[in-house]
Design a protein around this ligand. Structure first.
Ligand code: NAD
Length: 381
């Protein structure tokens, strides 16, 4: 587990996933048996690793990635490094023949992301990329609505993601400073579009084109050491995606917006037979048969309670932490060849969407996206 001291590496991957899986006795396989996990923590700071290992009763840790990769005891390489450091480390793990599971984005450019997919394919190693948003209870309820045919024909999707990230001067920022520096792999498009790609692709259809406007609304911030720095990366992105089948998706992603919604992310889906608003946890619907008939009248205050027209979708299920669930699926993929569509190629499509979003913002043009279905795909074809 490389980068386990980081925000994602520690909380979501180590504590909520790997340690939780160990606690429950391992991953359940299809024949009823369980495979248990033994992690080795990898990082640059030995003292930090020792502290984490002691805190969680973990036997193995090292600052020597090459030695860990050369050791046949460790079968899976997992990467939660800052994006900039990822591709180099993953290439080493591919060369060592390890199965690989990684955070997104898989690389800084589409070309490099596709190269990782090709190298992994040539080496015949199993590979997987985080796709956690699909496991949010709200999005699982949304998927259930789609599968049930609730929407009729889906027309459009409108998504709002974001919250105010403090500038770091009078209150510490709640995200790392590298997120705001282009030269360190930051930017909200690079961070969020890989998520939007698999969310849109898996719920509504392949993304065929993107138009995006990226902005850096807050030009300078204060870092973890209290030093002021120039924000060189986008902190907000306003985008329109055209999807296979004609669905139009508009998604705003912003670290410079104050929340006036029920949750930090919300997607409104409008269909001919009904609409839904799904968040992280909740999901509410309005069927066509219960749709009010508003009449525009600027002369009269409207007393209608529009919020009251929506019905909450019941949970009807146990939704586990998405990071843990996707880890269990990846372990099954490694241990018993269970299917895994969220591989490096899917990761490359996410990077392509981010790259195309940035290109659209620079040029002011809508960018068409090729269907990337094999590692032989080339940029723009
Ligand atoms: N799936 C999600 O929802 C989600 C959310 C946030 C971040 N991420 C992704 O997770 C990754 C890590 O993000 P984070 O917010 O946890 O960052 P972080 O800064 O908290 O952690 C980064 C880790 O990388 C290590 N690191 C930094 N520079 C390095 C270098 N040059 N060489 C080797 N190691 C280095 C750090 O020591 C730390 O362990 C990013 O790629 C990011 O895009 C995913």
């Amino acid at each position: 587990m490389n980068g386990v001291s980081g925000r994602m590496g520690y909380r979501q991957h180590l504590v909520r996933s790997i340690l939780a899986i160990r606690e429950q006795g391992g991953v359940l396989l299809s024949d009823g048996s369980r495979v248990q996990l033994e992690p080795i923590l990898v990082g640059r700071n030995e003292a930090k690793l020792a502290e984490l290992a002691a805190k969680h009763n973990i036997e193995h840790y090292t600052t020597d990635l090459d030695a860990a990769l050369a050791d046949p005891r460790w079968q899976i390489y997992a990467d939660f490094l800052v994006t900039k450091a990822r591709a180099v480390a993953i290439k080493k793990a591919i060369a060592a023949g390890k199965a690989i599971y990684t955070e997104k984005p898989t690389a800084e450019s589409y070309e490099e992301a596709l190269e990782l997919a090709r190298l992994a394919e040539e080496a015949g190693i199993k590979n997987g990329v985080v796709h956690d948003k699909l496991y949010l209870p709200g999005l699982q309820k949304l998927k259930r609505l789609i599968d049930s045919g609730f929407f009729g024909q889906i027309l459009s999707v409108r998504g709002e993601f974001g919250y105010w990230v403090f500038e770091g001067d009078w209150q510490p920022a709640q995200r790392p400073s590298w997120n705001y520096k282009n030269e360190e792999g930051g930017g909200i498009i690079v961070d969020m579009f890989p998520h939007w790609n698999y969310v849109l692709e898996n719920l509504f259809g392949r993304v065929e084109s993107v138009y995006a406007k990226a902005s850096t609304h807050i030009p300078n911030r204060v870092d973890e050491q209290g030093n002021r720095y120039d924000a060189t990366a986008d902190d907000a992105a306003y985008a329109i995606f055209e999807l296979e089948g004609g669905v139009v998706a508009q998604l705003n992603s912003s670290w410079t917006v104050r929340v006036n919604r029920d949750e930090l992310v919300e997607f409104q889906v409008d269909g001919t037979h009904g609409s839904a608003v799904a968040g992280l946890f909740g999901c509410k619907i309005q069927p066509r048969n219960a749709t009010p008939k508003p009449v525009w009248n600027p002369d009269l205050a409207d007393a209608h309670d529009y919020d009251g027209d929506w019905i909450e979708v019941p949970t009807n299920d146990v939704f586990e932490n998405g990071f843990k669930t996707q880890w269990e699926e990846f372990i099954r993929h490694v241990a018993e060849d269970a299917p895994n569509p969220y591989d490096f190629l899917a990761g490359a499509r996410g990077v392509l969407l981010a790259e195309s979003g940035l290109e659209s913002s620079r040029s002011g043009r809508r960018i068409d996206l090729p269907a990337v279905t094999s590692t032989a795909s080339t940029n723009g074809e």
